[in-house]
Ligand binder design. Structure first.
Ligand SMILES: Cc1cc2nc3c(=O)[nH]c(=O)nc-3n(C[C@H](O)[C@H](O)[C@H](O)COP(=O)(O)O)c2cc1C
Length: 184
């Protein structure tokens, strides 16, 4: 059973989540390749996929969206999981009483889920360091406005227990699938 964990991360938070998912899968005896989504050259060798990207301004990392669209056929025909690393803080409900995991679901997920029908999709809390070097125009702009910069909760809110539990669930499903397919 070979699994590709493809990710995109601007500041490293999502990379950390992808690494933890990959490590958990490897611990269960799965052969895992961890690679940046925009560096993946071929997908044919893999039996399953986990694709995870950061969310900025309501959009999933472009590299991940492109990867899923480009490899739609392979991903749709094999077990695939999607995750996004986005909301900051620990609140599950926002000030308007709305479900944070629903309001931070990347805009692309409806389209991508329809394309590849993932086994599951998950939004994880992310991390934000207001002193990190800005990446891209939008962040440089935000960095110039202290009010905007300080509006976002700073800190590392990644929920490792939730991330590991999700990865264990994937490993469990793959073990079942592998056994059914004759242990490929
Ligand atoms: C300018 C800016 C915009 C952001 N927009 C969103 C957003 O629309 N939705 C969301 O869930 N998180 C948003 N975030 C939070 C990031 O997605 C979060 O910090 C993420 O974990 C960063 O991942 P990375 O370190 O892999 O880039 C935003 C963060 C910044 C700095």
């Amino acid at each position: 059973m070979k699994v590709l964990v493809a990710y995109a991360s601007r500041h490293g938070a999502t990379q950390g989540i992808a690494e933890r998912v990959a490590a958990r899968l490897a611990r269960q005896g799965i052969e895992v390749t961890l690679e940046q989504a925009d560096r993946v050259r071929q997908v044919d060798a893999y039996d399953a996929f986990v694709v995870g990207g950061c969310a900025y301004m309501f959009h999933w990392a472009k590299e991940c969206t492109t990867f899923v669209r480009h490899n739609e056929r392979a991903l749709a025909s094999r077990p695939t999981w999607l995750f996004s690393s986005g909301p900051l803080g620990t609140d599950l409900v926002d000030e308007k009483g709305q479900d944070v995991m629903a309001t931070t679901r990347p805009k692309e997920f409806d389209e991508l889920a329809a394309r590849v029908r993932p086994r599951d999709e998950r939004i994880f809390f992310g991390a934000y360091d207001p002193h990190a070097k800005p990446v891209g125009m939008a962040e440089r702009f935000v960095g110039l406005m202290p009010a905007a910069r300080n509006a976002l909760p700073a800190g590392d809110f990644r929920d490792w227990a939730a991330i590991e539990a999700w990865a264990e669930g994937i490993a469990g499903e793959l073990a079942t699938a592998g056994a059914a397919a004759g242990g490929r």
